[in-house]
Design a protein. Sequence first.
Length: 403
Amino acid sequence: MTDAFIYDAVRSPRGKGRPDGALHELTSVALSAKILDAIKDRNGLSGHAVEDVIWGNVTQVGEQGGCLARSAVLASGLDESIPGLAINRFCASGMEAVNLAANQVKGGAGSAYIAGGVEMMGRVAMGSDGAAIAVDPSLAMKTYFVPQGISADIIATEYGFTREMADALAVESQRRAAQAWAENRFARSVITIGDQNGLPILAHDEYMRAGTDLATLAALKPAFKDMGEMMPGFDKVAMMKYPHLERINHIHHAGNSSGIVDGAAAILIGTKEFGVAHGLTPRARIRATCKIGTDPTIMLTGPVPATQKILRDAGMTIADIDLFEVNEAFAAVVLRFQQAFNVDPAIVNVNGGAIAMGHPLGASGAIIIGTLLDELERSGKSVGLATLCIASGMGAATIIERV
């Protein structure tokens, strides 16, 4: 099969996902178009230079509805001959876009793709599109559905993670993110976003709270305790599924969970011949991809079996990986990953993660692949693995190797 190479990775800064957030004035289409234009201009793309734009977005309703990918292409400076495909694999949508594009290239279905995603969570509320697993009683009862925050607390209870452990991880995420920005580690990937008049409105991740400490987090109430213990009593639903649990230990809150933000990201993927034709140098090879289904109640453990599967498929072991990006949907997700593989926390989310900088659902998968690539280059390391947990019980992963 043909190798699939990463030639460029671009993302917006992440803006607070609320009406006073810096990116709030932009629609998902407008922000996507700015990212597509950055890829186009940085790499000198013209005409039908890429086969397709594959674009993830989770809440596909209202202004994020329809085929947002095609709308973004038409709103950008890309040629109208380039189509667009909008996809939704919940939190891994941006990663799935990249993986799908890579596998299309490997299979010979076109020489290049732009892949990534967007989510304007301050404009299109998470969950506003509805989801059968949550709103259809017959499916919700069959799957013992609980909201994601409860799932994160189930992980903490099942695997013995304390509030103090989760808060410590959150504080470290904030510290690492602040250091990464102070040292300009994101400079190659992050572009300044301007308004419709071209005036800059955001140049850095807006959600960060660099002064966060353990005392600050200790003062926060558990976010999902009332939801679990009061009607409709999701804790009881969980304990019906897992009767060995005497109670659910609610350890997660706003400070050790991912932030609600706006953002977009794109990755340019192509063959070696595409790079030669356009005078571009490949930065990494996409070595392997995978996706997997998991328990839909505990829901967020997917990074563990996804990593096991991708390593097995690639003929690798955990020791072959130099750096990891594990999306910080909730602190317990990362703690479980580190526990399962006994990996050094120093090589996981080196530059902080979604707890510090936010989790724009449809974009996060592409963001962490780009962050992983930048850090491999900065640190002089070779192989990295990115992975995310996914709503309703799934996992996805990507392994990249510098060239």
